[in-house]
Design a protein around this ligand. Structure first.
Ligand SMILES: NC(=O)C1=CN([C@@H]2O[C@H](COP(=O)(O)OP(=O)(O)OC[C@H]3O[C@@H](n4cnc5c(N)ncnc54)[C@H](OP(=O)(O)O)[C@@H]3O)[C@@H](O)[C@H]2O)C=CC1
Ligand SMILES: CC(=O)C(=O)O
Ligand SMILES: [Mg+2]
Length: 751
């Protein structure tokens, strides 16, 4: 098993902060004026109420029903952890709700029902029908789950889908299609052993049989061993349907010569001897969560020819229903489906299998941080593949329309695919991509302010997320005490703590600093004091001597002050081409603002340099740069001497012949709003700008802080660019997470 990348304390902190749980609810309409109030609530709300009462279909137009799915559980089979009760299942259900949103932009809410009585459960869910566009049942144990799902399907006119049954079955089928493709075997011929005859197991074997697997070739096992014809102990009608005539009685016996093992039971149910006895090129899907039936390391040590998958994200080949339920519901909701039928499930499985076999474009490699290509370690798309959202739902929606289950068929499939693309939050993809690149770089990151608890938490997260070695500058005892106080005592042995007073390289650092500052009024005493006592300078010296690959500082002092100190060691100033670029992430949009750190009052040449550096940062983040030089005037009106340089800066870029789009001067609304741009048909941007070059540092700072405070935008930066070293300066208001983001950016540059 790979070492967990988090401690139990971190898992709890993740759920505790910034607010307890994993999501909250936001309004999509304005709620500021009296008019808003009378429209949203009484009396205006009466109008849609009456329209819906007259024609129920219009609920999809006037309420959130059409994009709202309930994740409902009673907690009787929480992952592979057993019956944890309704409340105990809530973190999983909240988790499924955020996955719905993150991967398919489906709004979802978790509902935990405190009953083990199927009738009470059915009744509660049935009565909630009007609220939702679909019902995702989760972690309800077999056999009750079969009764519950069947009855709800009959009684409700929206899709009811038990994810552990059908979500798992769909992903398992997709993975198996490709695994058999690689091992050159046919589903009709293979001998399949399934361990676990519960919700997931029964659905997996049923779907595989509907895809061609032969009844007599499939052996199903549960806690009592093989389910054979005539067995009476621990049976139910769903298991009986898969009983075979056989002399085999144990899983161990069944595994001999098997081509495929599917595990949806519990941790450790499979032994190395069982794996050793399987047929050539065996396929092993050990899907129990959170720990599989056998780990890939154990299986592959015995059988290097095996294709192995698990339900976990930290191994290759994650066969997990997260690849299915968001997209199945997306497709179903978009055609106002009455149900999710077998044809839709098979279409989903086939589309997933096909996507894994397709060439993986660079954009996906970037999002995943490594080149993926179809083979033993990549039989199923990776969950963060941004193509999933626009390839899987259309296949599901098409199957729904073909089988007559769609209430509102899609007429223009191309337009639908385009609309799906725009549902994915590009900022999430960008953050994911820089994280993946940082992980590849494995940079040794120096955190200069080891006495600050936020910095320590960021350093620990950096190290434990597998991004590289975190080096913390500080006094050993002080760092240890602060880690202890933050509940991260163990991390003291994982982080590298460097104390200026004890370093072996101190003499070299001082002589280097003296050579840079001797003609700037610093004598040897000043140099000693600076190197020994100022952690920003000391950390910069470490970086300059290659004793780290990147540097993070600035969480405890003002950025300009820190930058001055760094400049004692590096040439990180305007004169040498340094620029500060801040990324604002808000409502699925990313905009860079520059210069937020270095140039106080840039002239037109500086502004052109700033644009070029910012374009470099944009490309580094995977964006195609579109620069706007912004001001309070647009293309010469109103005229003002102070706006002139913003008009001349684009002319400088024109002379330089740069390879990105730019335009100006213009106001921010013209820069960011395509409709406002239409008033200037001659302007050259092909879309909204994603880089705003502002006239001066004060306007930069005002814009960023206004967006942060008023709009709640996520701010990354200022990203220091144009310096021959990987240094990032946080702001004093940074949270541990902001500091970590800066470290990730610094690590990307090392790549
Ligand atoms: N990767 C993925 O996407 C998914 C994985 N799963 C995992 O599958 C597992 C089962 O979930 P689910 O079907 O919802 O749960 P259920 O409670 O409905 O079913 C569990 C089944 O496992 C069997 N079982 C338990 N222990 C053993 C054992 N030692 N040997 C053989 N069989 C055993 C039970 O046998 P009996 O009938 O005799 O009690 C039962 O048939 C869990 O670990 C879950 O995390 C589930 C859904 C999705
Ligand atoms: C993945 C999932 O749904 C489970 O393990 O229960
Ligand atoms: Mg589940």
């Amino acid at each position: 098993m790979p070492k967990p990348k988090f401690t139990p304390e971190e898992a709890l902190a993740f759920h505790l902060e910034p607010t307890p749980g994993k999501f909250e609810i936001h309004a999509t309409v304005p709620m500021t004026t009296q008019r808003d109030l009378s429209l949203a609530y009484s009396p205006g709300v009466a109008v849609p109420c009456m329209a819906i009462a007259e024609n129920p279909e219009t609920a999809y137009d006037y309420t959130n029903k059409g994009n709202l799915v309930a994740v409902i559980s009673n907690g009787t089979a929480v992952l592979g952890l057993g019956n944890l009760g309704a409340l105990g299942s809530k973190p999983v259900m909240e988790g499924k709700a955020v996955l719905f949103k993150r991967f398919a932009d489906v709004n979802s809410i978790d509902i935990e029902l405190d009953t083990e009585d199927p009738d009470a459960f059915i009744n509660a869910v049935r009565l909630m029908g009007p609220t939702f566009g679909g019902i995702n049942l989760e972690d309800i144990k077999a056999p009750e789950c079969f009764i519950i799902e069947q009855r709800l399907k009959e009684e409700m006119d929206i899709p009811v889908f038990h994810d552990d049954q059908h979500g798992t079955a769909v992903i398992c089928a997709a993975g198996l299609i490709n695994a058999l493709h690689i091992s050159d075997k046919k589903i009709e011929d293979v001998k399949i052993v399934l361990n676990g005859a519960g919700a997931a197991g029964i659905a997996c074997i049923e779907l595989l049989k509907s895809m061609g697997a032969r009844h007599d070739n499939c052996i199903v096992c549960d806690t009592k061993g093989v389910i054979y014809q005539g067995r009476t102990e621990g049976m139910n009608q769903w298991k009986s349907a898969h009983a075979v005539k056989t002399e085999l009685r144990t899983l161990e016996e069944a595994m001999k010569g098997a081509d495929v093992f599917l595990g949806v039971s519990v941790k450790g149910a499979v032994t190395e001897d069982m794996v050793a006895s399987m047929a050539e090129n065996p396929v092993i899907f050990a899907m129990a969560n959170p720990d599989p039936e056998i780990t890939p390391e154990e299986a592959q040590a015995i059988r290097p020819d095996a294709i192995v998958a698990t339900g976990r994200s930290d191994y290759p080949n994650q066969v997990n229903n997260v690849l299915g339920f968001p997209y199945l519901f997306r497709g179903a909701l978009d055609v106002h489906a009455r149900a999710i039928n077998d044809e839709m499930k098979i279409a989903c499985a086939e589309a997933l299998a096909k996507l894994a076999r397709a060439d993986v474009p660079d954009e996906v490699a970037m999002a995943y941080g490594r080149k993926l290509s179809f083979g033993r370690d990549y039989i199923i798309p990776a969950p963060f593949d941004p193509r999933l959202i626009h390839t899987i739902p259309p296949a599901v929606a098409r199957a729904c329309m073909d089988t007559g289950a769609a209430r509102r068929p899609i007429v223009d499939m191309d337009a639908y695919e385009l609309a799906l693309k725009s549902r994915l939050d590009p900022t999430a993809t960008i953050l994911r991509s820089i994280n993946a690149r940082a992980r590849n770089a494995q940079a040794r990151m120096i955190f200069a302010e080891g006495d600050d608890p936020r910095v320590l938490r960021a350093a620990v997260q950096y190290q434990r997320s597998g991004l590289g070695q975190a080096i913390v500058v500080g006094r050993d005892n002080d760092v240890r005490e602060k880690l202890e106080a933050a509940g991260l005592g163990d991390a003291a042995y994982e982080l590298k703590i460097v104390n200026a007073a004890k370093t072996d390289h101190f003499a070299d650092y001082k002589s280097f600093l003296y050579s840079r500052l001797q003609r700037k009024g610093f004598d040897r005493h000043d140099i000693h004091r600076l190197a020994a006592r100022d952690r920003h300078v000391f950390a910069s010296l470490m970086l300059a001597h290659g004793h780290g690959d990147g540097l993070i500082t600035g969480a405890t002092r003002k950025s300009a002050y820190v930058l001055n100190l760094i400049n004692h060691v590096f040439d990180a100033d305007a004169h040498h081409g340094a620029v500060g670029v801040t990324a604002l992430l808000h409502k699925g949009r990313i905009v860079l603002i520059a210069d937020t750190l270095v140039h106080e009052w840039p002239d037109e040449e500086d502004l052109a340099n700033i644009a070029e550096r910012s374009a470099g940062v944009a490309r580094h983040l995977g964006l195609e740069p579109r620069v706007a030089f912004v001001s309070f005037s647009t293309f010469g009106y109103p005229r003002s001497e102070r706006a002139e340089k913003m008009l001349r800066a684009p002319q400088v870029l024109e002379k330089r012949g740069v390879d990105f789009e730019f335009e100006g001067e213009m106001t921010v609304d013209v820069a960011l709003n395509p409709t406002a741009q239409e008033n200037y048909p001659f302007q050259r941007l092909t879309g909204p700008a994603n880089i705003l070059v502002v006239p001066a540092r004060h306007s930069a700072s005002i814009s960023v802080k206004l967006m942060q405070e008023m709009a709640g935008a996520t701010v990354i930066g200022p990203i220091l660019t144009g310096v021959d070293a990987s240094i990032q300066i946080c702001s004093q208001s940074s949270t541990a997470n902001d500091i970590l983001n800066m470290a990730v950016l610094a690590a990307c540059k090392v790549e």
